[in-house]
Ligand binder design. Structure first.
Ligand code: BDP
Length: 685
């Protein structure tokens, strides 16, 4: 058990009475219709049932059921058979949309998996399988699900040489040596995992598009892109590509990429038409422009609406979209100038453009204003923009959260983002409501996240990091699910139904974010990491660089004053109640204190501790708790297969050691800066 199957291992159900009970209702299958998606669904269901229940379900002809067969699972799109008609008495199929579905158990022990579309049926099948995997009763099922987010996307930062930017689980599963990997079977296995958690969109190449990747949209590579797209299509997933804004120069033979230049416009129109000849359901373009040395419209004195709209017009005739990233800031800042503030940048750039983007443009906004730090406030663009489609961007790959060598279950962090109240339309204007498009009545919206997978046998390097991948996708479907629910679900699907592993692993997952935060950069200040690769502590690594990422620690205190009153004014980018909370030293939550305020080390937090004592306590405590993770995992030695047990253990041991390095470096630094001793007299060098 290498972990290759992730949460779709379909292990045999040991509990005999549970198995019998399931078998009564899963003895035969009737798949109505033969579209590719329904074939995928039928195959998956038959495979799941035979692995988990030990018997191959009979392939039931629809006519037989008509004659009154019992214990059959009936799978099909509403309208495709008389058999499904009675369901309309209970459910409104016209409200299910393209992706919703129902699961219904009838009195004669038949189970109906149905939807208004084939894709909905596929999702119903995976949901039903999940019920079996997690040991739920299937007796009186009345389930009706509709996704809360239209677009549920994964972004790969894969380069065609096979490397992955910020990848911590091996090489690309798509590319090697400048080309596609000819054997695409791993892509198929990947698509299956994605479909099981209802991901419906992927970009397969890095947002930093270099020379080779620029050519993905040319005849040289489109046949291969089309093959990959066809695999994803069988699982209800649309493929998108990251494109180089300067493609016209890079590969088009023009000397400009000015979005208002007619030659540029014509070039993109033809490029788009050509892509759609190969891939009729191509999703569209993802663009990182004018950011971290990538080309963009600024070069030509144009703004980002000009750039995005030009590309949007090229794909619009074919139903495509442009996803335009808001990660735009000056990465050549002067660290001595305390008035400039990287945190302000996205809002300052994009707010003036609100309402100017085409309907098929979505702005992709990172959860926070900086860059996926352990702790940041949410981006004020959420709730700021009201007339523009938006996508929330999260990072599953653990760039700043332990790089899949440390355990850091990110679902609790993401939940805080989704639940954050922007007050844009009064109370309960949460980010979840903004991103989905509901709050401002937008047609499209959703969630994208940077992938954490690679070609490691277990996909994510750290086996327990699979939980982040699973949790992200499930939250994208329904941000209302709780971290506890998702952790339990993932553990049962991954390690089986035994109570003890579930209790222990759940405790480990749910405490891990807190633990990681405790021994890394304190109180929301962020960035105390090694430059470039971002792994491990480095107290001043970014302090005097140009990237706009400072903690301003000196002998008196630390933190960034981002108040309107005396600082950079960033706090003023939110709505009233949020501005007040962050602006006030008394009301600002402890965990973000140093993000918004510069304070003396003796400043007393709401917790009652001084800042300096908090730093010491958090770091000693965090490192101790990291060590306890090893002990907790060890208690499962006899209950988890040796392969996965060993893989995880090795990483936890490393984490415990590395947490000590973090602890010592951060504590020592602040002890020397402040000259204030630890109240508890612990050793700090
Ligand atoms: C940062 C990464 C960098 C990415 C950039 C981005 O360090 O590798 O290219 O974000 O999102 O987190 O574009």
């Amino acid at each position: 058990e290498s972990g290759y199957d992730c949460w779709l291992e379909y292990r045999h159900i040991e509990n005999a009475s549970l198995r019998e009970n399931y078998l009564k209702r899963c003895a035969s299958l009737a798949i109505i219709g033969g579209s590719p998606l329904l074939r995928t669904a039928g195959r998956e269901l038959a495979h799941a049932i035979s692995s988990m229940l030990g018997e191959n379900p009979k392939d039931e002809a629809v006519t037989l059921i008509d004659a009154g067969a019992k214990g059959t699972i009936i799978v099909g799109t509403y309208g495709s058979s008389r058999l499904l008609e009675p369901l309309a008495d209970v459910y409104r199929f016209d409200e299910l949309g393209e992706e919703g579905y129902i699961i219904h158990a009838s009195e004669d022990d038949c189970i109906y998996l149905s939807a208004a579309s084939d894709k909905g049926v596929l999702y119903a099948v995976f949901h039903f399988i999940r019920l079996l995997q997690t040991g739920q009763s299937i007796e009186s099922l009345r389930i009706c699900e509709v996704p809360r987010n239209g677009l549920r996307m994964i972004n790969h930062w894969d380069n065609m040489d096979g490397s992955i930017e910020r990848g911590y689980a091996g090489k690309s599963i798509f590319f090697k040596d400048g080309r596609f990997i000819p054997d695409m079977s791993r892509i198929r296995d990947y698509a299956r995992l994605l479909a099981s958690v209802a991901i419906n969109a992927v970009t397969i190449n890095n947002v930093n598009v270099h020379r080779q990747e620029s050519r993905l949209i040319t005849d040289e590579f489109l046949p291969d892109v089309a093959k990959a797209a066809a695999i994803f299509r069988d699982y209800g997933i649309r493929l998108y590509l990251s494109v180089n804004f300067a493609s016209t120069i890079e590969i088009g033979g023009l000397n400009t990429a000015d979005p208002l230049d007619p030659d540029v416009t014509a070039w993109w129109k033809e490029a788009a038409a050509n892509i759609y000849r190969y891939i009729p359901d191509f999703g569209g373009f993802l663009v990182k422009a004018d950011s971290e040395f990538r080309p963009g419209p600024f070069t030509y004195g144009r703004n980002h609406a000009d750039g995005a709209n030009m590309l949007a017009d090229a794909v619009a005739p074919f139903g495509g979209a442009v996803i335009w990233r808001c990660f735009v800031y000056n990465c050549l800042q002067d660290w001595r100038d305390r008035k400039t503030d990287r945190a302000r940048a996205a809002y300052d750039h994009f707010m003036p453009l609100d309402g100017l983007f085409r309907d098929n443009v979505m702005l992709q906004i990172k959860n926070g204003p900086m860059d996926f730090q352990v702790r940041e406030p949410v981006s004020p663009l959420f709730g700021g923009l009201t007339q523009t489609n938006q996508l929330l961007e999260l990072q599953i790959t653990q760039e700043y959260t332990g790089q899949q060598r440390h355990l850091c279950y990110l679902v609790p962090q993401w939940k805080e983002v989704f639940d954050f109240d922007t007050y844009a339309r009064g109370e309960r204007s949460t980010i979840a409501e903004v991103a989905s498009g509901r709050l401002f009545g937008r047609e499209s919206g959703g969630i994208a996240a940077v992938s954490n997978i690679g070609d490691d046998r277990n996909w994510t390097g750290h086996v327990l990091a699979q939980a982040n991948w699973h949790g992200y996708a499930r939250l994208a479907w329904d941000p209302g699910l709780s971290a506890e629910q998702l952790a339990s679900e993932w553990i049962r699907m991954t390690f089986g139904l035994a109570a003890e592993p579930e209790r222990v692993v759940k405790d480990m997952l749910l405490s891990s974010y807190d633990i990681y935060e405790a021994y890394t950069a304190p109180l929301g200040v962020g960035w105390m990491v090694n430059p470039n690769h971002h792994y491990g502590p480095n107290v001043d690594g970014y302090e005097y660089s140009k990237w706009g990422t400072y903690h301003y620690a000196d002998c008196h205190g630390m933190g960034v004053d981002r108040t309107v009153r005396s600082g950079t004014g960033y706090a003023g980018q939110y709505h009233g109640p949020v501005v007040e909370r962050y602006e006030s030293l008394a009301d600002c939550p402890d965990e973000l204190l140093l993000f918004f305020h510069h304070v003396p080390y003796a400043h007393v937090l709401k917790s009652g501790k001084t800042v300096i004592q908090h730093i010491y306590d958090a770091h000693f405590g965090g490192a101790d708790r990291a060590a306890e993770l090893v002990a907790k995992w060890d208690s499962l030695a006899s209950r988890i297969d040796a392969d996965r047990f060993g893989q995880v253990r090795e990483r936890l041991v490393h984490q415990a050691e590395h947490a000590c390095e973090w602890r010592d470096m951060i504590n020592t630094y602040f002890y020397r800066k402040s000259g204030i001793a630890d109240e508890q007299g612990r050793v700090i060098y």
